[in-house]
Design a protein. Structure first.
Length: 455
């Protein structure tokens, strides 16, 4: 049976799409939903003057935290569309609830209840998403009212409480619609809906980036050597990410001997897979957000801060040292990634809980006593592989920063963006292969039944 499965997996090809009617429908549904997302990113927020948005964004948000969020939303924040907030409030709320469930006893008990507990935690996540959308939407509305272009035109046509209410309602509705669209993709399409929406926003900036890159090479503004080196680095990082994100440390789990159908006693074995990069893309997002916070505060404070005050001087100094490509920025960025790798891994994986579950089910690691010794061993192994995962994330995120700082290329293909795009692509392709593999298994079962009837 194992050899047959290996044979099917090795001969798996995408030539079976003609038979996979359901899979084709799922793929077309996913593509249609992503097209709807891209259309919505160009629908402006009511009451906003689109003529001054680009100027205001370059002046108030370029290079800060909002620049990263704008990349994740496919430029929706820059155009101040109905979905300007994107799905980042949901991601933030999910991280907060996940951390709270690991630290708060009541939420930890909910997490152990199974499907019902997870449903309640998802409900809390949605409540947190709405709250964050209201806070962020109101802050954006107030900030837009205070901004004006160099031509004297106001960003908001009719400022006031009515505009703030309308803006908050539209921004909250836009984010919740994206969440609903992501759920539809997950259930009726292929892949994880929310992840695909984030990836679509990032990929939307790729054509413009590569157009400017090759146009710069044609006109001589960018050296051909730099273009080739940048493309080689991107290919190498993509291959590294594809390998490391699927890399696992498998721990052998042995269960007590059980009687088989032939009366023989046989011990069952399985594996506990520990991912090398357990923290995912959270560490670089957290680290860059903290480092870009002073720049964001300075940009949005604008003229409200006295240029002669000590606070303004401190912020300006921080902005100079924490600018993209500066040695201090990259050093702190690397330290932040390593710290959040260990911190978030400790949040999402509990060795004591895993050891207790193994003990309840009668499983054990060969040579390790169940209980506390197993928990200590799991923590030891997890710490060692997290070191490798942290160094890998640091390399993937810092190397593009250094390359972009040295060449002056726009920060579009950063390490975080590459991590998200490659992860989501690999996960989606794996799900497509699973559907094709299930189809081939179905064909084998039908052929076996047909041969049995003929005999």
């Amino acid at each position: 049976m194992a050899s047959r499965a290996d044979n099917i997996a090795s001969n798996l090809s995408f030539g079976n799409f003609a038979k996979a009617t359901e899979l084709k429908q799922r793929i077309w549904f996913t593509i249609g939903a992503l097209i709807v997302f891209r259309f919505l990113s160009f629908v402006p927020l009511p009451g906003v003057n689109p003529q001054v948005l680009a100027e205001l964004y370059d002046r108030t948000a370029s290079g800060g935290v909002l620049d990263m969020f704008n990349a994740f939303s496919g430029g929706s924040l820059e155009r101040m569309s109905l979905i300007a907030l994107g799905v980042m409030p949901y991601i933030t709320a999910s991280i907060v609830v996940q951390m709270a469930s690991a630290l708060h006893p009541a939420l930890a008990a909910l997490k152990k209840e199974g499907a019902s507990g997870r449903q309640k935690l998802n409900q809390y996540t949605r409540y947190g998403t709405v709250l964050l959308c209201i806070i962020q939407g109101y802050a954006i509305a107030v900030g837009l009212e205070a901004l004006s272009g160099q031509s004297g035109l106001q960003a908001v046509v009719n400022p006031g409480y009515m505009f703030r209410v309308v803006a908050v309602i539209n921004l909250v509705g836009g984010t919740m619609f994206l969440l609903w669209l992501g759920e539809q993709i997950t259930s009726r399409g292929i892949g994880n809906g929310v992840s695909l929406i984030i990836m679509a926003g990032i990929v939307a900036a790729f054509p413009g980036f590569f157009t400017n890159l090759f146009e710069g090479g044609r006109t001589g503004d960018i050296s051909s050597f730099i273009i080739i080196g940048f493309l080689v680095m991107m290919v190498a990082l993509i291959l590294l990410i594809s390998f490391m994100e699927r890399a696992q440390r498998r721990l052998t789990i042995q269960y007590p001997k059980r009687a088989t159908q032939r009366g023989m006693m046989q011990a069952e074995r399985s594996y506990l897979p520990l991912k090398i990069n357990t923290a995912g893309v959270i560490p670089p997002i957290f680290a860059s957000s903290l480092l870009l916070l002073p720049l964001t505060i300075t940009q949005f404070a604008g003229s409200s801060i006295d240029t002669d005050s000590s606070a303004f001087t401190v912020l300006q100094t921080l902005n100079q040292y924490l600018a993209h490509g500066q040695p201090i920025y990259m050093a702190l960025y690397a330290i932040g990634i390593i710290f959040f790798c260990f911190f978030y891994t400790a949040v999402v994986f509990n060795p004591e809980e895993t050891a207790d579950n193994l003990k309840k089910n009668g499983g054990s690691i060969p040579g390790i006593r169940p209980g506390k010794r197993t928990a200590d061993y799991l923590e030891y192994v997890l710490t060692r592989i997290t070191v490798v995962g942290a160094l890998y994330l640091t390399l993937v995120c810092v190397l593009p920063e250094y390359m972009i700082a040295q060449t002056g290329l726009p920060l579009v293909l950063g390490g975080t963006s590459l991590l998200i795009v490659v992860n989501v692509t690999v996960d989606t392709i794996s799900q497509i292969q699973s559907h094709l593999l299930a189809l081939q298994y179905g064909d084998l079962i039908k052929k076996a039944k047909l041969k049995g009837r003929m005999r």
